[in-house]
Design a protein around this ligand. Structure first.
Ligand code: SF4
Length: 354
């Protein structure tokens, strides 16, 4: 069973799970320059209702945490692009879980140009809670160069309609698409915030086999971001979203077989722990003032919130190793008394930075 998508809300310590149900490209007439949908999702198979029920049942059995918030998420394609009766069939399959309280919500992802009154009426009727739109960019030049087939204005209109119906809005974005720049990606994030999204995902663009971007890459017309660039851009985006209370529920694609073994991935900033890399850099910046001090004989202990321990230490211990260039010994330990990204330094004659 693939892992459910799991997040912890550190304010309430409730575990958030999303049970993913992949509905591959059933009706998508588009060919976005970055997409080979079957290869990205790693799922070609269209699940039957009985299969969906057994997926959901086995996930539910595996959840141990009593305090939890569970959603079923229809991902992998363009949910509202499939015929209405098909959408209804899928929704009817999962509604009993919602009614019995076994799950708390239903979310799905789709394109902004597949949002209309008929679709929204149907989704409302079956208790869908969150609609995520693949905005990808809110820069018309980037959208055009990526063969996305819709404009930024279309994203804005669909977002407004979704919010008017009372759904939660998610707006996914990509970075490093053809024509994209750091400034354009920050403007996209600002627009996502202004459009009222409560959540987002940040996907660095990858060169996947048999896509238009693959062709352009071979011709030298498209250059993906390096991993360092993607991490740097994402760091600024994450901080901006956090500041504006937009939850970043994913950074980087889920590692599917074709991405991990490299059989479908041609080039680009893929890393199975992409989020951790980004958070490592954020903590690298937070701890930077400590590295201004050279105290080779000093032993320091840095206390951080338990949720931040891995990131403060850094991916492969990067931040700790950096500090070890300045201090004799560095211990980074968890303390539930420390909140958020604060930290306290002990056994050292240096000031605490909150
Ligand atoms: S990204 Fe979505 S809309 Fe674009 S080709 Fe893939 S499935 Fe279709």
């Amino acid at each position: 069973m693939p892992l459910s998508l799991r997040l912890i809300c550190y304010r309430c310590m409730i575990k958030h799970y999303t049970i993913p149900v992949f509905i591959p490209e059933l009706a998508c007439p588009f060919r976005c320059a970055f997409c080979n949908q079957e290869k990205i999702s790693g799922h070609r198979h269209i699940p039957e209702e009985s299969e969906i029920r057994s997926i959901v049942d086995s996930y539910l059995k595996s959840f141990k945490q009593p305090e939890r918030h569970v959603e079923i998420g229809f991902f992998g394609g363009t949910f509202t692009g499939i015929p209405l009766e098909e959408q209804e069939r899928y929704l009817k399959t999962v509604v009993p879980y919602l009614k019995s309280g076994l799950i708390n919500g239903i979310r799905l992802s789709t394109r902004p140009d597949y949002i209309n009154k008929e679709v929204l009426d149907l989704l409302k009727k079956y208790g869908v809670t969150t609609i995520e739109l693949g905005a990808q960019s809110l820069d018309d030049e980037v959208l055009k160069a990526s063969y996305r087939g819709h404009t930024a204005e279309r994203v804005a209109a669909a977002s407004k309609a979704i919010l008017d119906y009372g759904f939660d809005l998610g707006l996914q974005m990509m970075i490093g698409l053809p024509g994209d720049t750091f400034e354009k990606s920050m403007t996209t994030a600002e627009k996502i915030i202004a459009l009222g999204a409560s959540n987002t995902r940040i996907y660095p663009a990858l060169v996947i086999k048999d896509t238009a971007m693959h062709r352009w890459y071979k011709q030298g017309r498209y250059h993906p971001l390096s991993l360092d660039e993607a991490v740097e851009w994402s760091k600024h985006l994450l901080l901006l979203f956090e500041k504006n209370n937009v939850a970043v529920i994913r950074m980087g694609l889920h590692p599917s077989e074709g991405l991990v073994d490299g059989s479908e991935l041609v080039a680009g900033p893929f890393h199975p722990s992409f989020r951790e890399l980004v958070l490592t850099e954020i903590w690298g910046d937070i701890l930077k003032p400590l590295t201004d001090k050279i105290a080779e004989k000093e032993n320091i202990v840095i206390k951080v919130n338990p949720s931040q321990l891995n990131y403060a230490t850094g991916y492969s211990g990067k931040n700790r190793k950096r500090l070890l260039q300045n201090f004799n010994s560095v211990k980074i330990i968890a303390s539930s008394k420390i909140m958020g990204r604060d930290f306290v330094v002990e056994h050292a004659k240096i000031s605490t930075i909150g």
